[in-house]
Structure formats: C-alpha cells, structure tokens
Ligand binder design. Structure first.
Ligand code: MG
Length: 375
C-alpha cells in the first residue's frame, strides 16, 4: 500500500470506492485487458488507457479530419480533435455530477471518433456504400474499436492498445443497431454519458460553424423553440458574434441541466446497485427528458436541412465521397498501392476490401486529397 507522501493507484482506487456511486465502473473491478499486464503503480487502469489513447497515431490524425466538410476552411472551424476535446470535457463534468468514473468517461470520449473516415459524414456514407457492395459494412464506432484493438501498433506484445474491457465496450453504440451488429444491453453510465455528450457537443458546434460559414442565418435558427428558450435567458444583444456565442452557451446549459435532472430521476426510479443494473435496465438512464428530446429533434432536422444538405456543403461532401471511392476502387485493382504494413494484413480472414477500408478510414482529409492526386 502507499506511503503517506504519495497518492498511488491503490489510494485512487480506494477513493473511487468511497466516493463514487455504487453503479459507477470502479477501476479496481475492471474486467481487465485482453493481454494480461501488470498494474501500474501510480495510475488506475482507466488513467493508463487514456494515456495510451492520447499517445497513439490515430488520435493525432483527428486534427486533420473535418466534422462537416465545409468549403471555407478557416482557423475557427471544428475538426475531429477539437470535437473530441469538447465531448471529453462535457463527459467529465456530467460524470462527476452523476458520481460515475470520470477517468473512464474521458477515455471513452477521447477514442470515440478514432475510427472516423476523412471528410466527415460524407466520408462515412461513401465507405458504407462501398463496403455494402462487397457484403461488408462500415460503422465508425466499430472502426474506433478496431483501431484500439488491432490497427494501432505500439507494443511487441500485443496488437492494438490493449485497453480495458470497459473502454472497448464503451465504444459500441448501444442505442441502435448498426449493420449486422445488435447490442442487447445498455452501455455503462460512463458510456451513456459519452454518447449524450457527443450529441450535445456536435449540435452546438455545428450551429456555431454553420452560422460562421454563413450557411444559415441567425433569423432562420431563431425560429426554433429551443433557440428562443436559450435566447430568453441570455444577456442583452450587443452584436451578432457575441450574441451567438452567448446563446450557444445558454443552449448547452439548458441541455446539460435537462440531462442531469432527467438522469437523476431515472436513477431514482431504477435504483441501480451496480453497473450491471444500469446495463440491464430496460431503457438508458442517461437521457434528455421527453420534452427536450422533442426540441432536440427539431434542432436535428434544422441542421440536417439548413446545414448538411445545403448546396455548399453537399458539393464538398460529394467531392469527398468521390475521392474515397476513387482511392478504394483503384487500390482494389492494384492492392500493391497499399503501404507495406497494410498489404501484409491481407489474409483469408481479412480480405483486401477490409484492409483498404482500414487504410482509407485512417486517412486525414489532406492525406486523402494528396493520395488521390498520385493515382
Ligand atoms: Mg463524435
């Protein structure tokens, strides 16, 4: 056990047991790693997983991947790295409020988008269409899992990053069926928090980016009930820039309050005693209220029609999709265009379509654009 000067892993584990809710994921009760490793002296397993994520190549490449592929790339638009940091920050705060394990939530947040293709939503769509054609499927959550389990190579002892079970499990989309994959259980509290933090983060930053790029106007979004609600608790209008950032901040506050209130009441109803109880519940515990869910749906529809489906964005999306398809088909014809480490992965269990998918999904936007120029 520890000496009195240092606060070591066992102390941190003991503090978790003392201070977190009984349904939190305790690091001392982790189901462990696929390849056994000795525990660290200073850090819990989830802290160690987080460090592995931020030191991996796929994490650094997030900065070169766009969320929504917008024509006017400027210094203030989000990329997947800044999005990831926003998700991690929300997830840490919510998890702390809910007395869950912050380190686990942060770790899941930091790797939740590692498997995302270049060119945002459009890239994912192109990849889905391509793989479907050959009898496979693509889902970025599953690809994130593949990155941490297989594709990252950091150790001579195991493939991937050998992160804890709870982190890998947290990357599954528990609320929806994706491709052939159906998940029966709910996620842990920490995984559910990340899922909702992801929604809150992207909706709010897409509003900000959409307005900044001039793809929709303040007058248009001001027609939404949820925007009006946020505006009503915001300090007086001075100029558009300040106003937008203040209203978005109110919007996040409203969503955060609703999420915490609704989740607290669901926790009261379910009375979970362990994290298994949360996973076996008939419905997710971390959730918006029904009223907020409806307002949120209108916001989703707004962003879909006034942002993602607007000609300026669609044009860029189509360009991105075209790049991905051209790379895919060209390498399918000539697999030796793959870098050696990818080429070596082709086997009866991992057909070339899958390896090409792995190679393309890992690309940044810039790398894909440069690569297609060499073909
Ligand atoms: Mg995300």
């Amino acid at each position: 056990m520890s000496n009195s000067t240092l606060f070591l892993r066992e102390d941190i584990e003991a503090r978790e047991v003392e201070s977190l809710a009984p349904y939190a994921c305790f690091s001392c009760k982790s189901k462990g790693r696929e390849y056994a490793e000795k525990d660290d002296t200073q850090r819990t397993c989830f802290q160690r997983d987080r460090d592995r994520i931020i030191h991996c190549n796929a994490y650094r490449r997030l900065k070169g991947k766009t969320q929504v592929f917008v024509a006017h790339h400027g210094d203030h638009f989000r990329n997947r790295l800044t999005h990831t940091l926003e998700v991690a920050q929300l997830a840490r705060d919510f998890t702390r409020n809910l007395r869950g394990n912050e380190d686990l939530a942060e770790t899941i947040a930091l790797c939740h988008d590692l498997g995302h293709t270049p060119f945002g939503h459009a890239g994912q769509q192109a990849m889905q269409e391509l793989l479907h054609r050959y009898g496979y499927f693509f889902e970025h959550n599953l690809q994130s899992r593949r990155v941490v389990e297989v594709l990252e190579k950091k150790s001579p002892h195991y493939p991937g990053l050998n992160v804890s079970f709870e982190v890998r499990d947290g990357l599954m989309k528990h609320r929806e069926t994706s491709g052939e994959y159906t998940v029966q259980k709910q996620g842990t509290l920490e995984a559910q928090v990340v899922d909702m933090s992801d929604h809150i983060a992207y909706q709010n930053h897409d509003i900000d980016d959409g307005l900044r790029a001039g793809i929709f106007t303040l007058e248009e979004i001001a027609k939404l009930e949820i925007w009006q609600q946020a505006a009503s608790i915001t300090t007086p209008y001075q100029n558009e820039k300040l106003w937008v950032s203040q209203v978005i901040s109110s919007l996040i506050k409203i969503m955060a309050n609703d999420l915490l209130t609704e989740t607290a009441s669901r926790l009261k109803n379910i009375e979970p005693q362990t994290n298994e109880d949360i996973q076996n519940a008939a419905y997710p515990v971390v959730s918006f209220s029904q009223e907020m869910e409806q307002k949120n749906d209108s916001l989703k529809h707004f962003l879909y029609s006034k942002f993602y489906r607007q000609p300026q964005v669609m044009q860029q999306s189509e360009r991105g999709m075209g790049v991905i398809k051209r790379i895919f088909f060209t390498i399918l014809e000539k697999p030796n265009l793959l870098p050696d480490e990818f080429y070596a992965m082709i086997s009866p269990e991992t057909p070339k379509e899958i390896v090409i998918k792995d190679f393309i999904a890992g690309m940044t936007d810039r790398f894909a654009l440069d690569f297609v120029d060499t073909l």
